[in-house]
Design a protein around this ligand. Structure first.
Ligand code: A2P
Length: 286
């Protein structure tokens, strides 16, 4: 079993280049899936307080039998816990549910700009990292202006920004901005399923798009593998969710083939601007 390569973060830590997404798995299921994923080579596990499955993720981590320091566990502070003291309390609650001593990567789940407290939350993150309760700190769903504010007000940039990203939502400009600032980009919903069910008419699955099928056939891979390869080949860190052991194995097996320039261009061309993307200036989650 080969492990995924890692991406070096701006704080010196190493982030595995593919991870297990855990939404919407519930405790009992995720406690079984995490050990399967670890056995298949996953080392990065992504959860959030708002997924309601931190207890199961922690259970899965213990059942996996792999040393804690080999795993990279991410969780996220929800909107209703923004604020300095609230964030510190929230982290303690997450650690208690996960039954862990520290989190590898702690993210602000959504900026919720109308609430106006993500800077206070970020100040708590900076202190939590200094105290060793959190190894790396980052954000999710942050637009360039939100990143600018973090830098202006605290002088500290996130190590990671986790955003919705897949071939119909390529976010080229935002990615370039993150790259320029030295922030690694993680892709949530990297296969474009669920959130994107309406794309390409009706309920057609994104995985059935003919051009993806053609490229997959050319490389002897599945369309899901083509999409995940498209992410990693651009230095992105996709977080595909699967509760199925075959698909878990398939999704991490994307480091031994290469898409050519034409393939990459054709996959990126699936972004015609029509897909629905949450705008985090207005879309807020509690
Ligand atoms: P399942 O858990 O049954 O495998 P995303 O992470 O982009 O939101 O996609 C998650 C969805 O895609 C889940 O419904 C998951 O279902 C499905 N999925 C994950 N991997 C694959 C794959 N390799 N092929 C087809 N469907 C997949």
């Amino acid at each position: 079993m080969a492990l995924a390569p890692t991406v070096k973060l701006n704080d010196g830590n190493q982030l595995p280049q593919i991870g297990l997404g855990t939404w919407p798995m519930q405790d009992a299921q995720v406690a079984e899936v995490v050990p399967q994923a670890v056995a298949a080579g996953y080392r990065l596990i992504d959860t959030a307080l708002n997924y309601g499955n931190e207890t199961g993720v922690g259970e899965g981590v213990r059942r996996s039998g792999v040393d804690r320091e080999e795993l990279f566990v991410t969780t996220k502070v929800p909107g209703r816990h923004h604020g300095y003291d609230e964030t510190r309390r929230s982290l303690d609650e997450s650690l208690a549910r996960l039954q862990l001593d520290y989190i590898d990567l702690y993210l602000i789940h959504w900026p919720n700009p109308s609430v106006g407290k993500y800077i206070d939350t970020w100040r708590a993150f900076i202190d939590l990292q200094k105290e060793g309760k959190v190894r790396s700190i980052g954000v999710s769903n942050f637009k360039p202006a939100h990143l600018d504010r973090l830098l202006e007000e605290t002088g500290v940039l996130p190590a990671v920004n986790q955003i919705q990203l897949y071939p119909a939502v390529t976010r080229v400009d935002e990615r370039a901005y993150n790259e320029q600032l030295g922030i690694a980009v993680e892709s949530w919903s990297p296969l474009g399923l669920g959130a994107n069910a309406k794309y390409y008419g009706g309920n057609t699955s994104f995985l059935d798009i003919p051009v993806l099928r053609q490229i997959a056939q050319k490389h002897g891979k599945t369309t899901a593998q083509v999409i995940l390869r498209w992410h990693v080949q651009q230095g992105l860190v996709p977080l595909p969710k699967s509760a199925n052991s075959e698909r878990l194995a398939q999704n991490i097996d994307v480091f031994s083939f290469q898409l050519d320039e034409d393939d990459m261009r054709q996959v990126s061309a699936l972004d015609d601007g029509s897909a629905d993307v949450a705008d985090s200036d207005t879309h807020e989650e509690q």
